[in-house]
Design a protein around this ligand. Structure first.
Ligand SMILES: [Zn+2]
Ligand SMILES: [Zn+2]
Length: 222
């Protein structure tokens, strides 16, 4: 899932990485013979990733390279962790969701340390859209759900679904899963709400996230 190849239309801002990854035809599941982008070792189809904070992209990594960049080490690269968490008591009143100005019923949110902003990424008719959130609006969501504070900058995202008629839900996921879902949705999205095929892809993704998740502990400890 190298970001190489397709040029992004505007390669600026914290989320060039997301734009490029969302444009990649086969996110996460690597083509046969794909290599670790740090040492050129061949990697399996399911493999790990590291975030390159300097180039703002994600690199495929073999396990030994991934282990070089653990949490807390301040280097150019950050290993994308594997944990998935579910927030059972997640509260998102309608007005709070509306204040985030997300036009569809799901979005990923993450903190970008290069810009020190919280960024939203969501699918739509024009492909993946990314936006820096109104700070106060996001602060309100976290104030109501302090356990969300344990998401790690740059490498973990909060996946929120607020589909009409359903209770809003939230999971913490590795950031490469954002790229995976947005890339898959990009190929099937029809019209404004995505259509039946997009709903099926979303349901499949949500089931997989739920199966991998354990409930988050209360509090905001990292
Ligand atoms: Zn490697
Ligand atoms: Zn990869």
């Amino acid at each position: 899932m190298s970001a190489g190849g397709r040029a992004a239309p505007r390669d600026t801002g914290a989320l060039a990485v997301l734009r490029r990854l969302a444009a990649a035809p086969a996110p996460v599941a690597a083509a046969p013979g794909e290599q670790c982008e740090l040492c050129a070792t061949e990697v399996a189809a399911e493999h790990r990733h590291v975030v390159d904070l300097e180039r703002r992209t994600i690199l495929c990594a073999c396990r030994p390279c991934w282990l070089l960049f653990p949490e807390g080490v301040k280097t150019r690269y950050r290993a994308v962790p594997e944990r998935h968490l579910f927030f059972p008591g997640f509260a998102l009143p309608g007005p709070q969701w509306d204040a985030l100005e997300i036009p569809v019923g799901l979005a990923f949110f993450f903190h970008s340390s290069p810009t020190d902003r919280v960024v939203a990424l969501y699918p739509g008719p024009a492909g993946a859209t990314e936006s820096e959130l109104p700070l106060a609006a996001w602060d309100d969501v976290v104030a109501g759900n302090p356990q969300l504070g344990q998401a790690r900058s740059d490498v973990e995202a909060l996946f929120v679904t607020a589909l009409s008629g359903a209770v809003p839900r939230c999971w913490l996921v590795p950031i490469d899963r954002c790229y995976e879902l947005v890339g898959r949705l990009r190929q099937v999205w029809r019209g404004f709400d995505g259509g039946a095929e997009a709903r099926a892809v979303l349901a499949d993704f949500t089931d997989d996230v739920a199966a991998r998740s354990r409930p988050a502990e209360r509090g905001s400890a990292r």
